[in-house]
Write a protein that binds this ligand. Sequence first.
Ligand SMILES: Cc1cc2nc3c(=O)[nH]c(=O)nc-3n(C[C@H](O)[C@H](O)[C@H](O)COP(=O)(O)O)c2cc1C
Length: 286
Amino acid sequence: MTGGIDEALALNRDISELGARFNIGIAVGSQTIALENKQLAESFKVVRKVNRNGLILANVAANTNPRMALRATEMIEADGLQLHLNVPQELAMREGDRKFKGLMDNIAEIVHLSPVPVIAKEVGFGMSRETAKQLFDIGVHILDMGGRGGTNFIAIEQARSGVLADEFASWGIPTAASIAEIVSLDLPIVVVASGGIRSGLEAAKALALGADIIGIAGRFLRVWSDQGRKGLEEEINRLSYHLRASMLMTGSKTVAELRRKPLVISGPTAHWLAARGIEVSKWARR
Ligand SMILES: Cc1cc2nc3c(=O)[nH]c(=O)nc-3n(C[C@H](O)[C@H](O)[C@H](O)COP(=O)(O)O)c2cc1C
């Protein structure tokens, strides 16, 4: 989630220890600052130090120089490399990036060079199926669609003197719609669902829609900062209990079974999918 600042060392250590304990993968925040200033690398390296065998993902911006991106992976001996796409956030930031030309070619080059799988990742604005297809075609087969509904970086940047208008705070594809868009492509894409997942029931819904993996950032950060490591441990236990309860109540022994249960999509998500020509009865009548 984060790194570089003093608090990040404690956060990353705690999260990584809990990751090892619960067998949950951990993704660090953007490592660019530590690539530029080696003294800051410790707050990232701690993640691998306390969790020798767990799943750990490196993270840089998608426009990072490919050689630098590989160094981020090496820094924490990561199992995968996340490339974040955050154009709306950059545009909201006064000092944000404005150069996005050649982004797809850069991602393709990183995929070509990377010894570990590459994951393309949004940060809360969602991914359309067209974007997903474009990324798939250049060799990115794991997508974290990071949809709208949770942490909102336009709102955050606006509050810090951003340069977009406040009306952009509702920008983005909601998480549920984005998962359904990507799943409807019917391609061998590993879908990571994130963006506003705060509970075991929400995780169950995302899995039932077709996600393979769930990602949680804001909720865990808030619990950790309010209640510390112990509170986060309880939160993970609670979330896990609620996810398993949802599975039991739908008669699903495995996630694969949950994904075959009928799922009725209604309200704004159904409208969204209908407008996009995606048949919701596919989920309801399976
Ligand atoms: C404090 C904070 C820092 C973040 N830093 C990064 C980052 O450096 N790189 C990245 O890819 N995503 C970053 N994210 C985005 C999250 O990984 C995630 O995509 C987003 O917060 C949506 O999930 P959520 O609603 O569960 O928070 C950050 C999120 C938070 C809350």
